[in-house]
Design a protein around this ligand. Structure first.
Ligand code: ZN
Length: 427
């Protein structure tokens, strides 16, 4: 079967499959290689931010790269091999070549006794150390004696790599779609997010939209902090957004609200996931990168869409989150949901009151007489006052209707009159 005849789900899965084997981290060549593959689908703009640069309250760390790592047992047999699975190495391990007794080695091993057959995923980005991850069953079979340990990695000044792509619409007001790109061989968290967003961007590239849509491919936490630090001048254009992660499994959808909780994005995502028996989750300052976008100084209307919620499924952050855990069907369902959300978002309009400090003098502008002849003068007048009051760039028509109790038709008539008098502008 040729690519053209494959279903969209198969195409997304194929991209996930290409990305899965790469050993990624928050910096390094794994991220660059990942972005190179995604660049074949969308024209990414790749940024390199140097080690040591201050970003908000953080500092860009040293760059980490790894080529090999292994442990040999007292018989000289290679029992752990990075080439077999990149989860075997504690991500960001410092270079090392050393012999040591099993008791010493044990202090650097990570396993999960409750899930004896999986390799856990562990990182140590901000504290320099080394370690290996292995199944608990294997750990229990280790014999006493002297082990040889090798980690062929580098941790040196370099840069942090991230990428973005802006699909331009009619207006520079935009919605942000973002995913993290820092996990090694883990399929749902997070190869699925990258593969779905690359396909979503590709889909939008071929559509006409009112809003602009920005796609971010960034390492978790430090990536969103870096992007926010470097893009403070455009944050006023952002009407909302979604952190997309963990969208390849066959679980139900979850939407975690933005900190604001009542923005258009919150309402639309909530109603769209409800069509798929999805579940709404309240905001909390934990989880994925929404915690940075929603920090109080930014307070952007950015929520999170996932299928199974991070940390709640046994495969999460283990070697069981592999290509069998995600499916073409799961990925295609997520893409379709996001397309449906964008369709609804793109038809929302936000208004700005050009005279928001106190009520404008409506009589002077002939606005009372303009409605004089209408049947329902009182309700149109109330609609004008509500429209003026809620035209703060955060309420779309539906939100105005819900807040004011005035019907959509009446609000539309009021907005039309106010726009004609230059008291309102459409964003
Ligand atoms: Zn994760």
């Amino acid at each position: 079967m040729t690519m053209e005849h494959n279903s969209i789900g198969d195409q997304i899965y194929e991209l996930a499959k290409q990305l899965y084997p790469i050993c990624r981290s928050i910096t390094g060549n794994g991220v660059r290689q990942t972005l190179e593959i995604i660049s074949k689908h969308i024209p990414l703009e790749v940024h390199e931010v140097p080690t040591g640069m201050k970003v908000l309250d953080w500092i860009i760390p040293k760059e980490w790269n790894i080529v090999d790592a292994w442990i040999k047992d007292p018989n000289g047999r290679k029992i752990i091999d990075f080439q077999n699975h990149n989860l075997h190495v504690l991500n960001y391990s410092i270079p090392l070549r050393q012999k040591m007794e099993l008791e010493v080695l044990q202090g650097h091993l990570y396993s999960i006794p409750e899930q004896p057959d999986v390799i856990p995923y562990r990182t140590s980005y901000y504290k320099e150390q080394w370690g290996f991850c292995l199944s608990h069953r294997q750990r229990e079979s280790l014999i006493a004696g002297e082990y040889e340990v090798c980690i062929e990695s580098t941790l040196e000044p370099g840069s942090l790599t991230y990428a973005e792509y802006l699909v331009r619409g009619q207006t520079d007001k935009e919605f942000l779609f973002t995913t993290h790109i820092c996990h090694p061989s883990l399929a749902n968290d997070n190869v699925s997010g990258m593969a779905v967003l690359a396909n979503l961007a590709n889909h939008l590239d071929n559509s006409e939209t009112y809003y602009s849509y920005r796609f971010l491919f960034i390492p978790g936490t430090i990536g969103s902090i870096t992007w926010l630090d470097q893009n403070q001048n455009i944050l006023n254009n952002i009407k909302g957004g979604i952190v997309v992660a963990g969208v390849g499994d066959d679980g139900h959808f979850h939407y975690k609200c933005s900190r604001r909780g009542t923005s258009a994005i919150d309402r639309i995502c909530n109603s769209q996931i409800a069509n798929h028996s999805g579940q709404l989750l309240p905001f909390s300052p934990y989880g994925y990168d929404e915690r940075q976008f929603c920090s109080p100084g930014f307070n952007l209307a950015i929520g999170n869409i996932s299928k199974s919620v991070w940390g709640t499924y046994p495969e999460y952050h283990t070697s069981s989150d592999n290509l069998d855990f995600i499916s073409a069907k799961g990925l295609a369902g997520s893409l379709q949901l996001l397309i449906d959300i964008i369709k609804e978002l793109d038809s929302c309009r936000f208004y700005i009151n050009s005279c928001s400090r106190g009520e404008p003098q409506l009589g002077r502008r002939g606005l009372y007489s303009a409605i004089g002849g209408k049947a329902d003068v009182k309700s149109l007048q109330m609609a004008m006052l509500w429209a003026l009051n809620l035209s703060d760039g955060d309420h779309d028509l539906k939100a105005m209707e819900e807040r004011s109790g005035v019907s959509q038709g009446t609000l539309e008539a009021a907005i039309e009159l106010l726009c004609k008098s230059d008291l309102l502008t459409v964003e």
